[in-house]
Design a protein around this ligand. Structure first.
Ligand SMILES: *Cc1c(COP(=O)(O)O)cnc(C)c1O
Length: 173
C-alpha cells in the first residue's frame, strides 16, 4: 500500500539494505515504477545514518525505505537518524515495522516518519491476515500530488480516506 500510493514511474527510492526484507521492499517499489538505489552494509549490520546521508548526497530521492528490524538478519536500523537525514533531503520515509512493531520503539511523529506499516503476525503475536498502516500528512500530500492513478483500486488511499474521515466525524458512510 505504501508503494502503491507513494511511487509512480520515475520516483527515486533509496532502500536502506539490511537483508531479505529490505531487498523485497526494493522489488516491491520497483514494480510500481521506482528507480531504486540501495545503501548496502555487510550482512549482519545496518547502514548508518551517515551512510544514508552520503547516498542521498549523490542524487535526488523522493523516498527512503527502512526495515526497522530485518527478520532475516536480526539487524535493527537507526530509524531516528535515518529519518533525520532523509527529511533534511526532502524525502519521505517509509518504515517496514512488520517484525519490529510492538517490540521496538517507533516515535512516528517525533522522528518524522511518514508511513509506518506492520502486520498482526510477528511481534504483535496475533494470527496473520491483518495489515496495519499509518500515514502522516506529508504522505497523503504526496498521494494527492500524483500524476498517475494508483494502479490498485483496493490499495488506493483515496478509496479508504472518505470512510475513515466519515467514521471520525461520526457520520454514516
Ligand atoms: C514478515 C515480514 C514481512 C512480510 O510480511 P508478510 O505479511 O509475511 O508478507 C515484511 N517485512 C518484515 C520485516 C517481515 O519480518
Amino acid at each position: 500500500m505504501a508503494a502503491a500510493n507513494l511511487v509512480e514511474p520515475g520516483t527515486r527510492a533509496l532502500i536502506v539494505d539490511t537483508g531479505w526484507f529490505s531487498a523485497r521492499m526494493a522489488e516491491i517499489v520497483s514494480r510500481y515504477g521506482a528507480e531504486v538505489v540501495r545503501v548496502e552494509a555487510k550482512v549482519g549490520s545496518a547502514p548508518t545514518a551517515d551512510d544514508v546521508a552520503a547516498a542521498l548526497a549523490r542524487g535526488r530521492f523522493d523516498l527512503v525505505t527502512v526495515t526497522h528490524v530485518d527478520t532475516s538478519t536480526g539487524v535493527r536500523a537507526d530509524v531516528e537518524g535515518i529519518a533525520r537525514v532523509a527529511k533534511a533531503h526532502g524525502a519521505l520515509v517509509v518504515v517496514d515495522g512488520v517484525c519490529a512493531a510492538a517490540a521496538e520503539v517507533l516515535r512516528m511523529q517525533a522522528w518524522d516518519v511518514d508511513v509506518a506499516l506492520t502486520a498482526s503476525q510477528k511481534a504483535i503475536g496475533a494470527p496473520p491476515g491483518l495489515a496495519l498502516l499509518l500515514a502522516r500528512p506529508a504522505a497523503l500530500a504526496r498521494h494527492r500530488a500524483r500524476k498517475t492513478k494508483v494502479p490498485s483500486l483496493y490499495l488506493d488511499f483515496a478509496e479508504w480516506l472518505p470512510i475513515m474521515e466519515a467514521y471520525e466525524a461520526q457520520r454514516p458512510s
